[in-house]
Design a protein. Structure first.
Lengths: 180, 180
DNA sequence: CCAGCTACGTTGACATTGTCAACACAGGCT
DNA sequence: AGCCTGTGTTGACAATGTCAACGTAGCTGG
């Protein structure tokens, strides 16, 4: 598998994303950091957006694992739900730039099947973390994901802190309807 | 006040955004369309992001009005809630590029007070559309906004259609816990 | 074994774009 | 009148995504 270089490119991009932010992820910088030349990425990705999509896939996989781990430590339905929300938002706020990329790339999902697949992984991870009382309907899973997603964005944007609200407060509201 | 030109610039930007998408909103294009020269925007905005922030304020005001109008036509708590979600997501999907801008600019909210103010307007509009049974707590409002926001993004990104779910289905789930 | 194709990588060049500096000009204030 | 300030213009520059042309190593089929 000669994806070796490809992986290294994505890894370089991830490092740039983490250390210098989304704007620093330029094809030239990625090439440099990988020890290659500026246009090297074009041998492995058709486009810059293709690189970003691959990077987003990595980030989403991380996020997904993080969330799944957090959920698996809880037992009751309500606690699992809370763990889901909290871990999701916590990851987002702790990795601002990565989450920013995820947002941006969602708009490209249609053109990048792997991205859609990665997003699917999050939902299935969520589904498996259900109550054990049978499969959770898709619409319900997407409702959860929507909420977590929106909450994460507001938190990252500082819209909550700005109002003196912690995201924990909102999670309380969201979890309230569900019994223990 | 000579904000006239400033307004015209924003209006040109809005037209570009609607007709050719976010990527077409370039300072040069805005200048051209306004009948001015490429760097003219610099006399009214410190930055390109400042222009975009002003544009986002306009868009959010539109969205806010749209949502407020939809809510005001419903009476019961549940119906209002449903109207809120539906009108919000409908606006987002019907104005993809505009909503894309809103997403992008949220990350700049910290640096642009007017933007935060505009976002506040949405929540207060939401608050006034409450049940009439006293003010709705902030955390609850933000929870609603989060959900609508996240749902809108998934819808715009095509993540729902891709699964054969309409956003109406999800709204049903979201509204379910609230009695008529 | 050799000709040649393919994958991978490099340099050069280009258009676009955000941004700044230098200049022009008009109107109101002193 | 003299001048400052707001508004606008052109020229220039660096960064960036992208393409074209070129090089090269290695495997493949004859």
């Amino acid at each position: 598998m000669m994806d070796d270089t490809r992986t290294r490119l994505v890894e370089s991009a991830l490092r740039l994303l983490r250390e210098e932010g989304l704007d620093a992820v330029t094809l030239r910088a990625v090439g440099d950091l990988t020890g290659l030349s500026r246009t090297a990425p074009y041998r492995h990705f058709t486009d810059k957006t293709a690189l970003l999509a691959a990077l987003a896939v990595r980030v989403i996989a991380d996020l997904s694992a993080h969330v799944a781990a957090a959920i698996s430590q809880e037992a009751g339905r309500r606690d699992r739900l809370r763990a889901f929300y909290l871990s999701y938002v916590k990851y987002a706020t702790a990795h601002r730039e990565e989450y920013r990329l995820v947002f941006a790339s969602e708009f490209l999902a249609g053109h990048h099947p792997e991205l859609e697949e990665a997003i699917d992984q999050v939902t299935t991870a969520l589904g498996m973390a259900g109550t054990g009382e049978g499969p959770v309907p898709k619409a319900q899973l997407m409702a959860l994901l929507s909420t977590a997603h929106g909450l994460a964005e507001l938190a990252v944007a500082g819209q909550l802190a700005h109002k003196g609200i912690g995201y924990g407060d909102i999670v309380d509201v969201l979890v309230a309807p569900y019994g223990g």
